[in-house]
Design a protein around this ligand. Structure first.
Ligand SMILES: *Cc1c(COP(=O)(O)O)cnc(C)c1O
Length: 256
């Protein structure tokens, strides 16, 4: 589509009021669960942010979600984020999925925050492109993704690697290190994810004692386990299915 085309036909601002109120209710429920988990842990619920993971959800529904107050959206693919950005009202976009080196420039242009910085090499590449894409002196807020459980199938710095690389990561002037991010294990019971979240919090505390440039942010917890993550110190939870419903077919691999 030509970027100069007037938006009248696509009507990118129209929303279905029924859908908006459904999202308002879903958002309320999730915020409530966050608040109760925070209170159980003696934490201030206002200290916990919600990223609505809109991957695979079409622009009209994402628009309704934004109209319902879900202002921070998470996408795991650069292309999908780029495509939706112009079709959804004003929102803050986070990249939460793996970033290939040939898409870094586009990601830096399209996303406000990159949560999935999973290697020193990727961090260096982002750093080199930030000034170019955003202007001299600008910094891109990022999270450093950690493979806490050292699962060979998962992306992320191993805790030891991160400790070794952190001084250089902290020296990259184009990055603002908001904190650490992890993806919990796929577990049968939410409580089984707890050790992963505890380990990320402890790792953050340990690393920040030596490198204060690493921010205190902890992005952890998804639909299946965000309450446990909040109990263990999450400052940002990434919630998809509990807001948008199941992603079915393409991702679930068929009817169960
Ligand atoms: C899909 C995804 C989420 C959200 O998962 P839900 O189970 O839908 O809440 C969170 N974080 C990452 C990195 C994801 O890819």
């Amino acid at each position: 589509m030509d970027a100069g085309t007037p938006p009248s036909q696509a009507s990118p601002t129209s929303t279905d009021p029924v859908e908006v109120s459904a999202f308002r209710a879903a958002r309320g429920l999730v915020l409530d669960r966050i608040a109760r988990a925070a209170e159980r842990a003696g934490r201030d619920p206002a200290a916990i942010g919600l990223v609505a993971v809109s991957k695979t959800v079409g622009p009209p529904r994402v628009r309704a979600a934004v109209a319902a107050g879900l202002a921070v959206l998470g996408e795991n693919r650069v292309q999908e984020g780029e495509d939706k950005r112009g079709l959804v009202g004003p929102a803050t976009w986070h990249l939460i999925g793996p970033l290939q080196s040939n898409k870094v420039r586009r990601a830096v242009a399209a996303f406000a925050v990159i949560q999935s910085v999973d290697s020193l090499e990727l961090a260096r590449r982002i750093d080199r492109l930030v000034a170019d894409v955003r202007g001299a002196g600008m910094r891109l807020p990022v999270f450093l993704q950690v493979n806490v459980d050292e699962d060979p199938a998962k992306a992320g710095h191993s805790p030891d690697r991160l400790a070794a690389d952190l001084p250089e990561l902290a020296s990259l002037a184009g990055l603002e290190l908001l904190g650490l991010m992890t993806i919990g294990r796929l577990v049968a019971e939410p409580g089984e994810a707890r050790p992963t979240f505890v380990a990320l919090r402890r790792l953050s505390e340990r690393l920040r004692a030596d490198v204060p440039a690493l921010g205190p942010g902890l992005s952890m917890g998804m639909s299946a386990d965000f309450e446990v993550a909040v109990e263990e110190g999450a400052t940002l939870v990434r919630v998809g299915r509990a807001l948008f419903g199941d992603r079915s077919a393409s991702e679930a691999g068929g009817v169960g």
